[in-house]
Write a protein of this length. Structure first.
Ligand code: C2E
Ligand code: MG
Ligand code: MG
Ligand code: MG
Length: 282
């Protein structure tokens, strides 16, 4: 009897695993066609300068709407795109789309802001990455100082020496660099001081329980002070409430981003917000 249960359980497992593998393969083949089918769009989430309440930047966030199907969130496909290497052409597309968008807003006389684009390990470590970034900057004629590349600590720490060298070359191109999801990775302080970066983005997990959670409050204050000492700017991610925004204004008073100000928006809606200049602080 025990044996039978065991066997059944085994069959149950393999069926479940087969189903997962099938789903993955299906997702992969849909992902492979998504670029040429034009199924991707970029949404833009405002970054707000806390002292003034003005929109000072946008983070470009990829959205996938497969034809005739429901939208697939990044959490469901970025990992697979990374594993298969598809993130390289997809990431190039996002980068180009964001630069073109920024140029268009500029041409329409909208306030000059910076645009942040996420960059995954495969993209950063791709042998031609720097060359393609250089070509993109020439082609789109965008001010590299207004293009910010977001990499996570994990991305850098996979191959720290290589990554630091690539980041240094990106700085030479005039780009701005930030460390995304800061505090969730494994970079030691001795590495942090060697990263040629401009900004730390405090991960939303430290912001979520502000201002009541004393540990998170202490961490956020410490990161803000560390950043100040290292000459880095700070962005707080995932700000959802007025109380969080107020805490951050008092203790770090730099830049913030989150649903409290605005969700990521289609380009046209973002432009309308940018034209208005500031987001409503309730
Ligand atoms: P991320 O770069 O850390 O982006 C922030 C994520 O937090 C976004 O999720 C954003 O929609 C979400 N967010 C913003 N404000 C709030 C808030 O107040 N509360 C909560 N709970 N969430 C908030 P999204 O768009 O689903 O993207 C998830 C991740 O996927 C990104 O995390 C980034 O790592 C990756 N990703 C997105 N677009 C791209 C891309 O074009 N290229 C690459 N390589 N990765 C991307
Ligand atoms: Mg990001
Ligand atoms: Mg983040
Ligand atoms: Mg993230």
């Amino acid at each position: 009897r025990a044996k039978e249960t065991g066997r059944n359980r085994f069959q149950f497992f393999t069926e479940d695993m087969n189903r997962k593998i099938d789903e993955r393969l299906r997702l992969q083949s849909r992902l492979q066609r998504a670029l040429q089918r034009g199924e991707f769009i970029v949404h833009y989430q405002p970054k707000v300068d806390l002292p003034s309440g003005r929109i000072c930047g946008a983070e470009a966030l990829l959205r996938w709407h497969p034809l005739g199907e429901e939208a697939v969130p990044p959490s469901k496909f970025i990992g697979l795109a990374e594993e298969t290497g598809l993130i390289v052409p997809i990431g190039d597309w996002v980068m180009r789309a964001a630069c073109a968008q920024s140029k268009e807003w500029e041409a329409h006389g909208l306030p000059a802001i910076s645009i942040a684009v996420n960059c995954s390990p495969r993209q950063l470590l791709d042998p031609d990455f720097i060359e393609r970034m250089h070509a993109l900057l020439e082609e789109t004629d965008i001010d590299p100082g207004r293009l910010e590349i977001e990499v996570t600590e994990g991305t850098i720490m996979q191959h720290p020496e290589e990554a630091i060298a690539i980041l240094a070359r990106m700085k030479e191109l005039g780009l701005k660099l930030s460390v995304d999801d800061f505090g969730t990775g494994y970079s030691s302080l001795s590495y942090l001081k060697r990263f040629p970066i401009d900004r730390l983005k405090i991960d939303q997990s430290f912001v979520r329980d502000l201002p009541d959670d004393r540990d998170d409050a202490a961490i956020v204050e410490a990161v803000a002070s560390l950043a100040r000492s290292l000459g880095l700017r700070v962005t707080a991610e995932g700000v959802e409430t007025a109380a969080q925004a107020e805490f951050l204004r008092q203790h770090c008073n730099d830049e913030a981003q989150g649903y409290y100000f605005s969700k990521p928006l289609p380009a046209a809606d973002f432009a309308a917000l940018l034209r208005a200049g500031a987001v409503a602080m309730h």
